[in-house]
Ligand binder design. Structure first.
Ligand code: ZN
Length: 279
């Protein structure tokens, strides 16, 4: 486990993804998160465009923020050898960027290609991760396989349950491969509690992402809810994750046209309140 051994004070265990407050540049996000008492930041690669990455990492740490992870790598499957090689190169770049930023973890949206059998995609994902592992070992960076809700199985990820992610961790047998548990993707799974426990036994619980599921969801990608706005039993799932030994950050990852359209300072205040009330 890369997580700290002892629990941090609770607000210090709150991490916010840069994409959650997408209208803010990473520098603005860092200053506002730190002022709100948030303990960690997960950086999306688009937020680093045009920046000196090591200097950005120093800026985040100077604000007192832990750099929790870099989002995201993955998208390994392809219909041609060339596409798959390009994906591996991009993941190598992601690992190098994480190292430069000082992020210990790269989260993987593993990928899928319409028309490619899911079993074949999963095989290519395993091959792709294995090809990147030497870079991870050299850089001291870990990968986190993030299972995605099955509604994304066509084009975003052929890894759709925590059981499949745990199977991959077992197959790869590397301390540099873990799993990101995201409640949005996994809350519905009747095997969730047992697979979280299994993930903990594997030493693979690398990240915990929170938000909520709105009814109705009007956009498959960009209508995530703030914690408490939906039907996900957040406290219950957090309890399972912590019972499995996880002591890392609770990461708020929300993609929402609705919430991006509002005042981001007010939104950050709502995130802190919702975190205290619902996570
Ligand atoms: Zn996530």
């Amino acid at each position: 486990m890369s997580a700290p051994a002892a629990p941090l004070p609770d607000l210090r265990r709150l991490c916010v993804h840069t994409i959650t407050t997408k209208p803010w540049a990473v520098e603005t996000a860092a200053a506002r998160f730190a002022a709100a008492g948030v303990g960690g930041i997960t950086v999306w690669r688009d937020a680093l465009a045009g920046r000196d990455i090591p200097a950005t990492g120093r800026l985040l740490r100077d604000q007192g923020l832990a750099v929790v992870s870099l989002c995201r790598g993955g998208f390994f499957p392809g219909k041609t050898v060339e596409e798959r090689a390009r994906a591996i190169d991009d993941n190598r770049r992601a690992v190098a960027e994480a190292h430069a930023l000082g992020a210990p973890l790269v989260v993987l949206v593993c990928g899928a290609v319409p028309g490619l059998p899911l079993e074949e995609s999963r095989r290519q994902i395993l091959d792709g991760i294995a090809a990147v592992l030497p870079d991870c070992e050299a850089a001291g960076v870990r990968l986190a396989i993030e299972p995605l809700h099955p509604m994304y199985a066509d084009s975003r990820s052929a890894v759709n349950t925590l059981a499949q992610a745990n199977d991959m961790v077992e197959a790869l047998r590397s301390p540099h491969v873990g799993v990101a548990v995201d409640v949005y993707h996994l809350w519905w799974d009747p095997a969730l509690e047992t697979e979280i426990a299994r993930c903990g036994r594997l030493g693979a619980l690398a990240a915990f992402h929170v938000c909520d599921w709105r009814t109705p969801t009007v956009d498959l990608l960009n209508d995530r809810g703030l914690m408490g706005e939906g039907c996900i039993p957040l406290r219950r799932i957090r309890g399972w994750v912590e019972a499995a030994g996880f002591r890392g950050f609770n990461e708020v990852e929300i993609f929402s046209h609705r919430l991006w359209a509002g005042d981001q300072d007010e939104f950050l205040g709502s995130i802190v309140r919702a975190y205290r009330e619902h996570v």
